[in-house]
Write a protein that binds this ligand. Structure first.
Ligand code: SAM
Ligand code: SF4
Length: 536
């Protein structure tokens, strides 16, 4: 066995231990008394998941303790996603579950009717006819989901119990829906008292203190901040892969996308601060880190070092103890040969690039304001495919953008055929507030979008099946991150981010890097048997 693998999860989850504070020197000390309890549920992408880790860190550092249920919490927070309509609806459906009995139900119903605030619709949308994706992790992801989307922690609430106990609770909406809807949330759900966008999370303890001091409603909605959301501590949920945001916001202006409105302008974090955090993570026992940003490769080091993104990748890969470096999401316009060269030169940089194309038609790409043509995108793909080691490529695709013709759609299918993606997240176009595409003509009917989505998913599934079957017989290195209830059954991720379920009679291999021979394959995962144990 290698070094011990202690990431201080107990301490950072706040479960069953006193809440913590930082000292002036950055160390941790127990607070004099607990400030309160909070429940935090997350919707949306990996960036939201990681923002929640930081929100939890900010609150834990101020003496709050995290609890598992809204019923047990003094502060209930929803970190929200508004990338597609169904995702935003889901949040209002959750808020509906928290409606206190004192709110005039006729008033609330009238408001809900105006804005389609309807629990059943949102639930149906989430489970049923929405977007879906085939990703390497074996998921057909339901409406509103994105790469890396997690199942909300809370499950269904006991509404009656919560409503009866609701007096004195602080209910807050964070993230993209907060930024997008702003104070209107107070109109739609008057029992909410805190609304805070992602650029203002650092102010959360202050906002909560204002509410406790008697303010009825507080907001943190600035986006014109230079700040990146760096925290003294981050409560980490994944014991095997640590996430770091290196760039916040987005300066691109894709015509369908709310992110520039909800997350504000691009702000990159200084390279020295990123590398400090990576070193700390390595000391805690993490060997895999994932750099995050809406356009991660548009990173522009604000410090005098002026590190390029590819140089940062290399510097992270060189930190002692780091064995895997991932990054997502790359924007095709800023994707260059230097990134491929860094991957080639450093085995620690994982052989996986997520490069969203959105459409295979240059006309649609132009309408989307994606800033590249089909041909230019394919040139970037050619760079990746020319690498000395195989690099897996995944993508995002939107079908049914306004004005997308049958011919445009056929071009998306042909691009998919040409690239042979290892995974694809496919979405039906969803009109979003404030975005230029909202007023574009020639909107497609939902049924047509669904039809195109189904065709795309079926084709992608077959491509994945064929690609995964080619791996049968190959030995791959896996970071073991899961143990089945069935004895001797484990799972892990390959460098290319494939899920590999395997058998081994070894004990206690969670967190180890082991060699596994692939024996069978499905479109979404691989099955194998361990041939060599490894080390942490
Ligand atoms: N910044 C990344 C990029 O440029 O590719 C993507 C970030 S976005 C959170 C994730 C994906 O959601 C996008 O790649 C796009 O496919 C999808 N998406 C964004 N807005 C959408 C909309 N209005 N309707 C449907 N899908 C959308
Ligand atoms: Fe949205 Fe485009 Fe920015 Fe990606 S690059 S976050 S799709 S605006």
């Amino acid at each position: 066995m290698g070094k011990t693998f202690d990431i201080g999860l107990d301490r950072l989850t706040g479960a069953g231990v006193p809440a913590i504070e930082t000292t002036a020197g950055g160390g941790l000390k127990p607070p004099l008394q607990e400030a309160g309890t909070f429940y935090l549920e997350t919707f949306g992408c990996q960036m939201n998941e990681h923002d929640s880790e930081k929100v939890a860190g900010v609150l834990l550092a101020r003496g709050y303790r995290q609890v598992e249920t809204p019923e047990a919490a003094k502060v209930i927070l929803y970190n929200t996603c508004s990338i597609r309509e169904k995702a935003a609806q889901k949040v209002f459906s959750r808020l509906g579950e928290l409606r206190p009995s004192t709110v005039d139900s006729r008033q609330a119903t009238a408001r809900e009717g105006e804005r389609g605030f309807n629990t059943e619709d949102a639930e149906e949308g989430h489970r049923g006819h929405g977007d879906a994706s085939v990703d390497q992790n074996g998921m057909r992801v339901a409406a509103g989901a994105q790469p890396g989307m997690a199942v909300p922690q809370g499950g269904m609430l006991n509404t009656r119990k919560l409503v009866n106990a609701a007096g004195g609770k602080i209910i807050g909406v964070l993230g993209c829906v907060a930024q997008q809807e702003g104070e209107e949330i107070f109109e739609r759900a008057p029992w909410v008292s805190l609304v805070c966008g992602s650029a203002s999370y650092r102010k959360l303890p202050q906002l909560i203190a204002e509410l406790e001091a008697g303010n009825r409603r507080v907001t943190g909605l600035d986006t014109d901040t230079e700040e990146t959301f760096e925290t003294e501590i981050t409560r980490r949920d994944n014991p095997f892969r640590a996430y770091l945001t290196i760039i916040e916001g987005c300066d691109k202006a894709c015509s369908y996308c709310v992110v520039p409105f909800t997350r504000g302008p691009e702000r990159s974090r200084a390279s020295a601060s990123i590398l400090d955090e990576v070193r700390q993570l390595a000391e805690m026992g993490y060997s895999e880190v994932q750099l995050l940003g809406q356009t991660v490769n548009s990173y522009a080091d604000p410090s005098g070092r002026k590190m390029r993104f590819s140089e940062l990748l290399v510097a992270v890969a060189e930190v002692p103890g780091i064995r895997r470096v991932r990054f997502t999401t790359s924007h095709p316009r800023d994707f260059g040969k230097d990134i491929v060269e860094a991957i080639e030169a450093y085995p620690a940089i994982c052989d996986h690039v997520h490069l969203p194309v959105q459409s295979g038609s240059t006309a649609v790409l132009r309408a989307m304001a994606r800033t590249y043509t089909r041909q230019e995108y394919l040139e970037k793909i050619a760079l990746v495919k020319a690498a000395r080691r195989a690099i897996s490529i995944t993508t995002d695709i939107i079908v049914g953008f306004p004005g997308e013709t049958e011919k445009d759609f056929a071009e998306t299918l042909s691009l998919m055929e040409e690239v042979q993606y290892d995974g694809a997240f496919c979405f039906k176009y969803s009109p979003r507030p404030n975005t230029p595409s909202l007023t574009m003509e020639d909107a497609l009917p939902e049924e047509e979008k669904s039809r195109r989505l189904a065709i795309l998913l079926d084709r992608q599934r077959e491509i994945q099946r064929a690609k995964n079957e080619k791996l049968i017989g190959v030995v791959l290195e896996v970071l073991v991150d899961g143990k089945s209830r069935k004895p001797g059954q484990w799972s892990g991720h390959t460098s290319s981010n494939r899920v590999l379920n395997f058998s081994s009679q070894a004990e206690n291999i969670l967190g180890d890097y082991v060699q596994v021979r692939v024996v069978s394959a499905t479109p979404n995962s691989l099955v194998g048997e361990m041939v060599k144990s490894g080390q942490r």
